[in-house]
Design a protein around this ligand. Structure first.
Ligand code: PHE
Length: 455
């Protein structure tokens, strides 16, 4: 079924870096710590790890298997496997989710650009206490124009990479920058855990208090596992579709999941000790990392350099994720609607920018979006929940049902093992895909609907 002209990763490592680039992003460094902080710490972290293992890994492998076999975008992939059925709508939901996530993700990514600028001009070089740092953050996010401009810049950067095609560009960039990001994170984590009072942060992060578990916490942990691994909306179908035939796909998929999870935990090791040390509340919400981190740079030797490197890498980590979000949408319009790559990237990226405006105004600039329709929830958080938790969960359960009962686990295994490299524990994979994933995700979704605890 291979189409000769299709682009491919240069090899297994090329895929690993690009897919890790998609997975590792603001989800690890911004979303994971603040969600863990809002959800009570250790118990949330345990649940998150549980979902990565029993839902995340089987779904990564399922998406990659579909991508490799069909060599198509998410909608085209289902069309190729089950023509004339309703399954392509699952791919369609993925494309829609790509828009939904990009539209709020670009706003946060825009904030990182402002912090990079601040680091370059020395704002975070001196010691800032929690209050000063919060004041700077609030000033930025409640500004009526800056967040819009910054998210626009970020979307344009994303468009420029995506319109040029992915493989060579992203692959080359991510190969150098992802390891560098890892080194900076390790150094920051060491600094953070040795801060006075830092140990309390470790206790908060790792000591589970099961009384904190509610259905919303379970839902957030499930959503976070999927969001962080870029699952449930076809990004891994798309990236798997560029996987070279002779390479080891099972090990590449598992490696990506491992690194993504390790980097989330590392981000936790940076944020929680620092936040206990400067006295910021763990439940501070989406601003958490932006408020806490500036206060540790000042206490590091060469703090300004650290701040510059950190925000530059964070912006790049975000960019390699937004690229994959836009790529899903673009590949659909290129393959299925016959649009040129250039037109798709600009038109769809432009649409995302328009959709991003309400989220950019949702942190104080516009009362309507800050308390959206009187729900008490701001528009950005609402989108983060709807697309980043619910839509991905619906996508993941649909995918497992598809692989488990329609396409069949043997076909998925044959695709994963096409190069002759075996998947360890294939029976476990089949069991998780057929029974555990549909039952667990289904139970969480039904429970949430029945109890009405949406957030
Ligand atoms: N996984 C990315 C992150 O952690 C976000 C993302 C979600 C990217 C879904 C693609 C698809 O930042």
């Amino acid at each position: 079924m291979a189409m000769a002209s299709r682009d491919q990763w240069s090899g297994r490592m090329g895929f690993i870096f690009a897919a890790a680039g998609s997975a590792i992003g603001l989800g690890n460094i911004w979303r994971f710590p603040y969600t863990a902080g809002e959800s009570g710490g250790g118990a949330f972290v345990l649940l998150y790890l549980f979902f990565v293992a029993v839902i995340g890994i089987p779904v990564v492998l399922s998406e990659l298997a579909i991508g490799r076999t069909t060599q198509r975008n998410p909608v085209g992939a289902f069309k190729a496997l089950v023509p004339g059925s309703l399954w392509p709508y699952v791919g369609g939901l993925g494309v829609l989710t790509g828009f939904g996530i990009l539209a709020f993700y670009a706003v946060i990514a825009g904030w990182t650009l402002s912090y990079l600028y601040g680091a370059l001009t020395g704002v975070y070089g001196g010691v800032l206490d929690g209050e000063q740092s919060l004041a700077l953050f609030t000033e930025l996010i409640s500004d009526p124009t800056m967040p819009i401009v910054l998210s626009g810049i970020f979307i344009v950067l994303t468009i420029i990479v995506v319109r040029g095609g992915v493989s060579k560009g992203i692959e080359r960039v991510t190969k150098v920058l992802m390891p560098l990001l890892l080194v900076i994170l390790v150094i920051l984590a060491i600094r953070s855990v040795t801060l006075p009072g830092g140990v309390d942060g470790l206790v908060y992060l790792f000591k589970p208090d099961f009384s904190k578990i509610t259905i919303s916490v379970v839902m957030s942990a499930l959503g976070q596992a999927l969001f962080s691994l870029s699952l449930g909306m076809g990004a891994m179908i798309t990236y798997g579709s560029y996987f070279p035939d002779k390479e080891n796909l099972p090990s590449a998929g598992i490696t990506v999941a491992f690194f993504d999870t390790a980097i989330a935990i590392l981000a936790g090791l940076i944020i929680f000790p620092a936040l206990f040390s400067v006295g910021v509340e763990p439940g501070a919400g989406p601003g958490l990392v932006f408020v806490v981190l500036p206060s540790i740079f000042g206490s590091l030797p060469a703090g300004q350099l650290f701040a510059i490197a950190f925000y530059a890498l964070l912006a790049i980590a975000a960019l390699t994720s937004t690229i994959s979000l836009l790529e899903v949408v673009v590949s659909y319009f290129v393959d299925e609607k016959g649009w040129s790559r250039n037109k798709s990237a600009w038109v769809l990226g432009g649409l995302c920018f328009v959709l991003a405006v309400p989220s950019a105004l949702a942190s104080g600039a516009s009362p309507m979006f800050t308390d959206f329709l009187g729900t008490g929830v701001d528009f950005l958080t609402l989108n983060n929940n709807i697309w980043g938790n619910y839509s991905l969960s619906i996508g993941a359960i649909s995918l497992c049902i598809f692989v488990g009962y329609k396409w069949g686990v043997p076909n998925a295994l044959a695709s994963l093992e096409a190069s002759g490299h075996k998947l360890p524990a294939p029976a476990l994979f089949g069991f998780l895909v057929r029974y555990v994933c549909p039952a667990a995700v289904g139970a969480v979704l039904i429970y949430v609907i029945v109890t009405g605890n949406y957030f």
